[in-house]
Design a protein around this ligand. Sequence first.
Ligand SMILES: [Zn+2]
Length: 317
Amino acid sequence: MNYIIFDLEWNQGAPEEAGKVETLPFEIVEIGAVKLNDSREMISEFSELVKPQVYTQMNYITTRLVHLKMSQLENGKPFKEVMEAFLEWCGEDYVFCTWGNLDLLELQRNMVYYGMEPLSDEPIPFYDIQKMFSLAYEDGKSRRALEYAIDMMGIKKDIPFHRAFADAYYTAKVFDMIEEPEVLEKVSFDTYSIPTSREKEVHITFSNYNKYISRGFKQKSDLLKCKDVTGLRCYKCNRPLKRKLQWYTPNGKHYYAVGSCFRHGLMKSKLRIRRNDSLVYGVRTDKFISKEDMKLIIERKEKAEEAKRNKKNILEE
Ligand SMILES: [Zn+2]
């Protein structure tokens, strides 16, 4: 299997035209990519400029786009033509890799805007190299600029940054230096298309946690009522768990619960509520925790509840 590491440059237009097309907030103006074989050796390159159709002026405020001028894009090809060439170049057996988690979303938005089918009708597995860099070299939560990673790894800067091909090339260099098996297993999912049925939902178990992406629901209350989403089961033995902490939310977006399996111990579930067009879906991660972790979670919950009560009291006074 090959790795397709790609990067996009996109433009949102000058401030006065930004957002004029609601379905296309960011217009792709360049696609750059490198293809790696399964030993992560570079075997092919792709680079094309796209001639803009929507936004006529470059937004120089966005940091993502500083090295292209409108006049250069005059030589670009129409998006559809570039995209078709790109997919042809990708071949058959590959997985996408990007720096961060936005490129597959914006790529598909542009495809649909130009009347093409999105890449898939379900979540697409991909490698988010920015996240993997953080997992391998930092705390797993930080998200660094590509140049930061290049400097930290001592990778030679032999071509200028911030053009699509260069950023794909450097992303490939960072990817090549990640060896940890527990990082390389951490595939991400693009949810431009969410699971359309229970059968198509995403269940994936990594060495230290389990991840689930639900189908879409019309309302958040339906999602929260669904046992597939909020029923607690041990991901190692599939037994229903004894509830140690009922689902609670500090902010209405993230929900937490803890259950206990008599064989595997305490399991914490975190549910994030997401929106996709008119539907609501959930991304849940399950992880085994220690008794000390459990204590911290209860403390945090009590603090959140106290803050809520104080707020209410102030409002009532
Ligand atoms: Zn168990």
